[in-house]
Ligand binder design. Structure first.
Ligand code: GCO
Length: 453
């Protein structure tokens, strides 16, 4: 089975991870600016103050994207550049940056895909409670309106939220990400619910602005659950496990707690039974808003868990084999991740699925010949894409694939320790070098996946 002729091939980044220019042209601090300024919060105490300096170098970066032949580029917009007070006065210079970026992309023949929230909440709103404060959802609606008013004539593909599990789970539960809080379950579910309300309000604004021209999506992440075999019963068990709570994942870590509200207008039964009492009062009244119809389900996928059954026949994690292939940040290399997770999502929600992120970290460098040889990135991506093709063969509706990331960048609490890019960035000089994997991916795109065989 081949990739469909209109399949979208792209690459992704996010604002705080690449832009730098942390206080340029009226931008206010985001929670990531204030968090990474505190000693001990990030590896080497680094931050995204400069990062890839993409804010000043976006034209060169778009030229590199063109060289790679990208069909689409997924980037995120920095809320504190657009509304430095979180709401209210619009900072025109912030909007201009994205408007120029979008023009450059379109001139290069690259379709812009815009994410509204990839974790850089205005610090000033965090001080008012952030996602714990329902008024933040109204501010997010204002922000959506400001962005769409300027970019909506040229951008058709929109994503409201990126990986809510991370800004809630890592930001508010374990505190290893900004804003670095360790809250109680009650607060976590208030945050979960309020961000869903914000998603609903934003989706309504997008729809009323762009009608059916806009394709609106929502982007959670998940570990894939890989069935013990391809037998129908093992696949059923894996599907069930994929959409269920796993106690060892903590209260938030199941994709259905995010996608069921958005696509079905309800929280999953098992989640409600376990955590319903933690949801804010009158939550039921918001479910129609939260499930405002949208067009696609994005999903960020990196790794997966193999399933087996225990002595009582209960599904559980299969032991991880000794010496399993791992990325530099020790995530298991599990190519079948791209077969099962998108397929299960496609079957359950009956919407096009877009792999909005997939990739790996390595510690690659510029070799003596001036090139960056990263055969492991090529091998990883090759294996994952062959499995994605199988999912398409299984009948899953997969509309696109975005490699994470376009270029090496600020990897949150891990700073610049490892590299995810198709393009190497020398952070001392800002020199960019397309890696071997970038040229390899160019051929995959140009052949619509045929070069994988
Ligand atoms: C995300 C991701 C990216 C990361 C990537 C590698 O949430 O979209 O966290 O921002 O850089 O997933 O960890």
């Amino acid at each position: 089975m081949a990739f469909p002729p209109d399949f979208t091939w792209g690459s992704a980044t996010s604002s705080y991870q690449i832009e730098g220019a942390h206080d340029a042209d009226g931008k206010s601090p985001s929670v990531w600016d204030t968090f990474s300024a505190q000693p001990g919060k990030t590896y080497n105490n680094d931050s995204g103050r400069i990062a890839c300096d993409h804010y000043h170098r976006y034209r060169d970066d778009v030229a590199l994207m063109k060289e790679l032949g990208l069909g689409a580029y997924r980037f995120s917009i920095s809320w504190p550049r657009i509304l430095p007070d979180g709401r209210g006065t619009i900072n025109q210079k912030g909007l201009d940056f994205y408007s120029h970026l979008v023009d450059s992309l379109l001139e290069a023949g690259i379709t812009p895909w815009a994410t509204l929230f990839h974790w850089d909440m205005p610090h000033i709103l965090q001080q008012e409670g952030g996602w714990l404060n329902r008024a933040t959802a109204d501010a997010f609606a204002e922000y959506t309106q400001a962005v769409v008013g300027v970019l909506g004539d040229r951008v058709n593909d929109w994503m409201t939220f990126n990986e809510p599990q991370c800004f809630l789970g890592l930001g508010l539960e374990t505190g290893v990400h900004a804003p670095g809080l360790k809250l109680l379950t009650n607060d976590l579910f208030t945050g979960l619910h309020n961000h869903l309300v914000a998603h609903g309000k934003s989706a309504q604004i997008l729809r009323s602005s762009g009608g059916s021209r806009f394709r609106i999506g929502y982007v959670p992440t998940s570990q894939a659950i890989i069935p013990a075999s391809e037998s129908a019963s093992d696949v059923d068990i894996a599907r069930g496990a994929f959409f269920s709570y796993w106690a060892d994942h903590g209260p938030l870590w199941t994709v259905a707690s995010f996608t069921d509200p958005v696509f079905f207008g309800r929280y999953p039964e098992d989640g409600l039974a376990a955590f319903g009492s933690h949801l804010p009062k009158d939550w039921e009244k918001d479910m129609a808003l939260i499930s405002t119809p949208i067009d696609f389900c994005g999903i960020n996928l990196y790794s997966g868990i193999h399933l087996t059954v225990d002595a009582n026949g209960v599904p559980c994690r299969a032991p991880v084999p000794a010496g399993i292939a791992q990325t530099a940040n020790k995530w298991n290399v599990e190519p079948e991740t791209l077969r099962w997770a998108p397929r299960f999502l496609s079957e359950r929600y009956n919407k096009p699925i877009v792999i909005t992120e997939n990739g790996l970290s390595l510690t690659d460098w510029v070799h003596m010949d001036g090139k960056v040889h990263d055969p492991a990135r090529i091998d990883f991506t090759h294996r994952y894409l062959l499995e994605l093709e199988k999912a398409i063969g299984d009948g899953a509706n997969i509309a696109g694939y975005f490699y994470w990331s376009l270029m090496d960048n600020f990897e949150w609490a891990e700073s610049y320790k490892e590299r995810f890019g198709l393009i190497h960035v020398d952070f001392a000089t800002q020199k960019r070098t397309i890696k071997d994997s970038g040229f390899w991916y160019r051929d995959v795109i140009a052949s619509n996946g045929k070069s994988l065989h």
